[in-house]
Design a protein around this ligand. Structure first.
Ligand code: AMP
Ligand code: ZN
Length: 479
């Protein structure tokens, strides 16, 4: 097979192009992913985007790049302040709790978490944020309003020959240029000067910092510009987020960062922008009132595993809207079982045989690489995986594999799994709630309440466990 190179869709150029980092050696990649706003548990839509970012990182590493992965934690913005006010907690206490939960959920989904120094908190970068705003003020692109807030002037920015509307097409004729938006979130129709620094108001409570413009707090967009440039430099390779962040968040990030004029001549703030499409649940936008809103925890409580959730979230191309369903999760469970069965048999056959170095790259790896090189075409990549499972099962059934061949096949699978991150089949220790149900079933049987015992068996099954009655008592097995 002809060797391919990694190609990705770039929102900036609106085309699929070869991914090449700035690094002259073509090796090191600076990658920034907008992290969570820690005001609540993340929902599975958020995690679709974070699993996508993880896939990008893992695939770049698979392709031999050294990835400097940064993900911020947005720990001060409008929604957080509202919730802090409602709960009466301190900002730090409130956001630390949700940050911990978020990092645990990421681990549950087997996402590679950036090292601590690459998980910047906005509240720990106030000096860098102020410094960046000062640069914009000094260049005449930002101005102080009478209330002490500082705004980004789109007119002045454009007047400097810079382009506002790099990621989206904007119709300036129809726009009300000059008006201001104070809130962090707004739509394309209301493009206007946006807040970089928000003057302190009573509702902010004790969430404020001193600044050259008076007490206040940063706007959301400037946080990401300041943190990404602080950690990756003023011009870096790759920036990711969900598609909803394209405008205004990422457009504003470009404006703030390029407006400050800190990039080396001719270099953009970011070379390559990647946006993940959204996730819907049963065809609808997730909302608490529709009852179709799931956190990772909700799904774990239903008996699904992080591995199954990850497998499902990785099943569709990142540029396609993904329709999440519970039936889809059952499907992911079945897919994993097929893989586990095949890999399990290979392991049995391979035993302790050591792989001999082979000069040729296995077809599984070349097929997978070709698919993923084509804008991370996971559908094609899964097809390669399941063709391999089918062919391997056939060869196993026909006794055509030697332990050495099985060892080589396992090595190829493990190489792929550095990207898929599915890991080995779990050993099957049942969690406490499942054990409790099994005990309740024993009690029901003792009490001769067989209807209840059967109902519990069905409930266990729905949660992914079968219970077998053995001489030593009931044994739980993962389906
Ligand atoms: P937030 O915590 O709201 O800042 O969002 C964190 C990430 O989740 C961002 O990259 C969003 O673009 C992304 N996101 C939000 N909703 C969805 C969704 N329904 N599907 C996929 N990604 C989403
Ligand atoms: Zn951001």
């Amino acid at each position: 097979m002809e060797e391919t190179r990694l190609h990705l869709f770039n929102t900036l150029t609106r085309q699929v192009e070869e991914f090449r980092p700035f690094d002259e050696a073509g090796k090191t990649v600076g990658m920034y992913c907008c992290g969570p706003t820690v005001y609540d548990f993340g929902h599975i839509g958020n995690f679709r985007t974070f699993v996508f970012a993880d896939l990008v990182r893992r695939y770049l590493e698979f392709r031999g790049f050294k990835v400097n992965h940064v993900m911020n934690i947005t720990d001060v913005e409008d929604k957080i302040i509202r919730r802090v006010r409602e709960t009466g907690k301190s900002l730090k206490e409130f956001t630390a709790g949700y940050t911990d939960v978020f990092l645990q959920d990421l681990k549950e989904l087997n996402c590679l978490v950036p090292e601590e120094k690459n998980l910047p908190r906005a509240t720990e970068h106030i000096p860098q944020i102020i410094d960046l705003i000062e640069k914009l003020v000094a260049r005449g692109i930002a101005y102080r309003a009478t209330d002490g807030s500082v705004y980004f002037s789109i007119e002045k920015y454009r007047g400097c020959g810079c382009r506002y509307g790099q990621l989206v097409n904007l119709n300036f004729e129809a726009m009300r240029v000059g008006e201001r938006v104070a809130s962090d979130e707004y739509d394309k129709e209301s493009v206007a000067d946006f807040a970089l620094w928000k003057a302190r108001v009573p509702d902010d409570g004790d969430v404020f910092w001193p600044s050259p413009w008076g007490e206040g707090r940063p706007g959301w967009h400037i946080e990401c510009s300041a943190m990404s440039m602080a950690l990756l430099g003023p011009s870096f390779d790759l920036h990711l987020g969900g598609e909803d962040l394209t405008f205004p968040h990422h457009e504003d990030e470009i404006a703030q960062s390029e407006g400050a004029g800190v990039q080396p001549a001719g270099r953009p703030f970011v070379k390559h922008w990647l946006h993940g499409a959204h996730l819907l649940v049963e065809g609808k936008k997730m909302s608490k009132s529709l009852g179709n809103y799931f956190t990772v925890r909700d799904l774990l409580a239903k008996g699904f595993t992080g591995r199954e959730i990850r497998c499902l979230l990785l099943s569709a191309s990142y540029r396609e809207t993904f329709n999440f369903t519970l039936a889809g999760l059952e499907g992911a469970r079945a897919q994993l079982a097929r893989i586990d069965e095949c890999v399990g048999k290979l392991r049995e056959l391979a035993g302790s045989t050591v792989a001999s170095a082979s000069p040729s790259v296995p077809a599984l790896v070349t097929g997978f690489t070709a698919a993923m090189d084509s804008d991370l075409n996971v559908s094609a990549a899964w097809a390669v995986v399941f063709d391999w499972v089918r062919d391997t099962n056939r060869s196993l059934a026909a006794n055509e594999l030697t332990p050495a061949l099985a060892t080589a096949a396992l090595a190829a699978w493990e190489r792929l799994d550095t990207v898929l991150g599915l890991g080995a089949k779990p050993t099957g220790e049942a969690p406490a709630d499942i054990v409790a149900l099994a005990n309740e079933r024993v009690a029901a049987k003792k009490a001769k309440d067989f209807a209840r015992a059967d109902a519990i068996r069905a409930e266990l099954k729905a949660k992914g466990w079968v219970v077998e009655d053995t001489a030593k008592g009931p044994k739980l097995k993962k389906i």
